[in-house]
Unconditional design. Structure first.
Length: 135
């Protein structure tokens, strides 16, 4: 079910309302899709608050997250987030982790540019093992 939500969001078929900011993330199993995926596909600006999870492939771990800032200006370093399955290569403690500064290659050209989505969803330790490869 969660994989279907990611695919629907990645295709722009779902639109999740980004409501008021929350300081307490919900468990990924209690929300449809991931916060990062929702932010990646929602066209509205300035809507922090959705909670979810991101799978870190290099660690085999899931981390809770929430949308802190959406959108971010395209300045500074960002980390690629796969919006189809809500995964990324690096997480907390890894040298390549950018503190939750994500970009999604919306126009699928393999480059960070103005056609892409940039936002902030920090990963909240501790992560938890995810042997299935998804949150």
């Amino acid at each position: 079910m969660m994989r279907e939500n990611f695919v629907a969001c990645a295709l722009g078929l779902c639109s999740m309302a980004l409501a008021g900011c929350t300081s307490q993330p919900a468990a990924p199993s209690s929300v449809p899709g991931s916060a990062a995926t929702a932010a990646a596909t929602d066209s509205r600006a300035g809507g922090p608050g959705i909670a979810g999870g991101v799978y870190v492939t290099s660690q085999g771990m899931c981390y809770d997250t929430f949308v802190a800032t959406d959108p971010l200006p395209m300045k500074g370093k960002f980390q690629l987030l796969d919006a189809v399955n809500g995964s990324t290569e690096y997480g907390p403690g890894d040298p390549g982790y950018r503190g939750g500064r994500w970009w999604v290659d919306v126009n699928a050209n393999g480059m960070q540019d103005e056609g892409d989505k940039f936002f902030l969803c920090p990963l909240l330790p501790p992560g938890r093992p995810a042997p299935s490869g998804s949150c």
